[in-house]
Ligand binder design. Structure first.
Ligand code: AMP
Ligand code: GLY
Length: 432
């Protein structure tokens, strides 16, 4: 099978590996010369992944059997719509279906309309809403979060008591958002532990990958700014230390019902529905959906696939997922990202030496290769994934590899350590 990959981060490197190891011939439309991807491609080009017309032209020339769209930006730009027009099957939803990620108000309203459990208390405000309406709702909630209605890279969310010290602050932030977005969402602040459930679907069948927990904060002990994700882990029993089977089932049910609701509202969703869920004392709640694999979470689950990833993508894209086999090894994984010093606010760019031979899997992220030398760009540089029977052993493998990187970089040593896992379990136990 000829597969076209769109995107060039570590997630797409993991997708490329999984497609290549299931026998696909790869073609790449990349935003960076990522050496982990372009070296595996029969042909590749570097361009803007939101330029749907250029991607269509590249696809017309290379005629892939399937396109796999990695990031959210090309989904929002309607790349799947353009490729479907020229008869190329897509693993990744149309622009309209990608609203699942690109419009938080769409998703909250969809769950409400179809009576799907998982929504926190929320309200959507627009330019016509009055300040007193907004304030009244904030008072009703007590603790709340404010988020822009659109793609923000996880960085636009502000929490009362943390980023927003008073209701004046909060209303001012809503007004700020409304200058650039048509809606702002105010919702109940949930308390609990977050987990990612990435489900592959063709709207009829929903296949879950093992649940993963990501770490958004830049520094150890969950301090510092929010980032795209500094690392993540999964467990050999396909649960998490704080998460039981029944919780995964609750999340699965939310995703299954949402896929059916989308089909009634818009059409058949083909690709990944990645639920960012929170386990609370009152059960599983939905923070948001993403319309793609997680980055880093893809790197925890794709290397565990025992069955053909290419076949799963093709089956999902053609509406035959029920016929495909998806089995994951019962192993634990720990992924650690190495990022430039100063990331996410003021990342330095420069040469980086990434070890070739370690016991960990290695994925290149936002780096570019020039004359055999690898340079960081402004985002995460490389990720290492340890795979073992226990999270502890997987952590050691990932940590050892991350320590071997040379350059102006840092990583979080605490991801996957017993101490941090215990903190998560204790947090869950302490909730009232
Ligand atoms: P989002 O952009 O919706 O993924 O939000 C980014 C992050 O903000 C999430 O990963 C959560 O950590 C936090 N967050 C978003 N919504 C809520 C909420 N209702 N309660 C508590 N935390 C939230
Ligand atoms: N891990 C966060 C994301 O992929 O959005």
């Amino acid at each position: 099978m000829k597969a076209l990959i769109i995107g060039s981060g570590a997630r797409e490197h993991a997708i490329a590996d999984a497609l290549a190891s299931s026998g696909s011939e790869l073609y790449g439309f990349l935003s960076n010369r990522n050496p982990g991807i372009y070296r595996q491609c029969m042909e590749f080009t570097v361009g803007s992944v939101t330029d749907a017309q250029s991607i269509k032209k590249f696809a017309e020339k290379t005629r892939p059997d399937l396109a796999v769209i990695g990031p959210e930006a090309p989904l929002e730009a309607g790349v799947a719509d353009e490729l479907l027009k020229i008869g190329i099957a897509c693993f990744g939803p149309s622009k309209a279906l990608a609203q699942l990620e690109t419009s938080k108000s769409f998703t909250r309203q969809l769950l409400e309309k179809y009576r799907i459990p998982g929504n926190p208390k929320y309200r959507i405000f627009g330019n016509k809403s009055s300040e007193s309406e907004i304030k009244d709702f904030m008072n009703e909630l007590g603790k709340f979060v404010v988020k822009p209605d659109g793609l923000t890279g996880g960085k636009g969310v502000k929490v009362s008591g943390e980023h927003l010290q008073s209701s004046e602050d909060a209303v001012a932030y809503c007004n700020d958002i409304l200058r650039t977005h048509s809606n702002v969402i105010v919702e109940e602040k949930l308390d609990g532990e977050e987990f990612s459930l990435q489900s592959i679907t063709d709207a009829e069948t929903v296949v879950d990958c093992p649940p993963v927990q990501d770490h958004k904060r830049a520094y150890e002990n969950d301090e510092g700014q929010n980032t795209g994700g500094m690392g993540s882990y999964s467990d050999s029993n396909h649960l998490l230390p704080f998460l039981k089977r029944e919780h995964v089932e609750q999340a699965h049910e939310i995703t299954e019902k949402t896929a059916k609701a989308l089909k009634q509202e818009i059409g058949t969703y083909r690709g990944v529905m990645y639920g960012g869920f929170m386990l609370t004392k009152k059960g599983v709640k939905l923070i948001e959906y993403n319309a793609r694999f997680g980055d880093p979470e893809a790197m925890n689950v794709l290397p565990l696939l025992k069955t053909s990833f290419a076949e799963i993508c093709r089956a999902a894209a053609e509406g035959e997922l029920r016929k495909a086999k998806a089995e994951f090894e019962r192993k634990a994984t720990v992924c650690k990202y190495v990022v430039p010093k100063g990331y996410p606010e003021n990342p330095v760019t420069g040469r980086i030496d990434i070890p070739e031979k370690t016991r960990a899997l290695r994925f290149y992220a936002a780096v570019r290769e020039q004359d055999g030398i690898i340079y960081t760009t402004r985002s995460r540089a490389a990720a290492f994934v340890g795979i073992a029977d226990t999270i502890e052993n997987a952590e050691r493998i990932a940590e050892q590899a991350a320590c071997m990187v040379r350059g102006e970089t840092y990583h979080r040593r605490d991801i996957g350590t017993r101490q941090l896992l215990q903190k998560r379990v204790q947090h869950m136990a302490s909730l009232k």
